[in-house]
Design a protein around this ligand. Structure first.
Ligand code: 5GP
Length: 179
């Protein structure tokens, strides 16, 4: 039975199991390992939501790599505010590196646009994006989202690192809000 769970004051139902998540991450890791054969990757994770995905993806990466993190905030409750606050700046030593940005979810794409703008100023050799989740019907940007582990409809989700007002990040599976 798919019984709803409560996170803070809203109900959610199971939509993506941890097993499905791991399988889709393995497929992305296989592609990244092939695409970056003979190169080194500098991963930049976008906190907070990315922490579980970054941990699981990195365990599946076989080419030499480093990881660092940046932090931005754009959501309040279940709504994107459209205003992006930089809370932790870009790491040092990006110049000339093959950067892969790790993001938990690309929704409108505005947050990633801001991150791309900031990263470009640090002169990396190249930049690719590897997002766990992508909402194709919400995306309003024109840049390429290179690696998308899973595509989902336009509904608010929690779990596997993603939160609702700070709660639900600990859930191993992904849940969708019940309206
Ligand atoms: P965008 O700027 O692409 O609209 O939103 C990106 C950020 O909004 C993500 O990094 C994530 O923090 C948050 N976000 C977007 N959609 C969802 C969602 O369905 N659930 C949660 N928990 N966060 C989301």
């Amino acid at each position: 039975m798919n019984q709803p769970i409560t996170v803070k004051d809203k109900q959610f139902i199971l939509s993506i199991s941890n097993e499905e998540i791991q399988n889709s991450i393995q497929k992305v890791a296989d592609r990244i390992n092939a695409d970056y054969a003979g190169k080194e990757i500098f991963f930049i994770g976008v906190l907070n939501g990315v922490f579980m995905y970054a941990a699981d993806l990195l365990k599946k990466i076989t080419v030499p790599c480093q990881i660092s993190f940046t932090k931005v905030a754009s959501y309040q409750g279940t709504q994107s505010t459209g205003t992006i606050k930089q809370l932790i700046g870009m790491p040092e030593g990006i110049e000339g590196r093959h950067v892969v940005i790790l993001e938990d979810i690309v929704d409108t794409g505005f947050t990633m646009r801001e991150i791309l703008n900031q990263l470009q100023a640090h002169k990396p050799a190249d930049i690719k994006i590897a997002t766990l989740l992508f909402k194709p019907n919400s995306f309003k940007e024109s840049y390429n989202v290179d690696y998308r582990a899973m595509e989902i409809p336009n509904a608010f989700i929690v779990g596997y690192g993603l939160d609702y007002d700070g709660y639900g990040r600990n859930l191993p599976d992904i849940y969708t809000v019940v309206n």
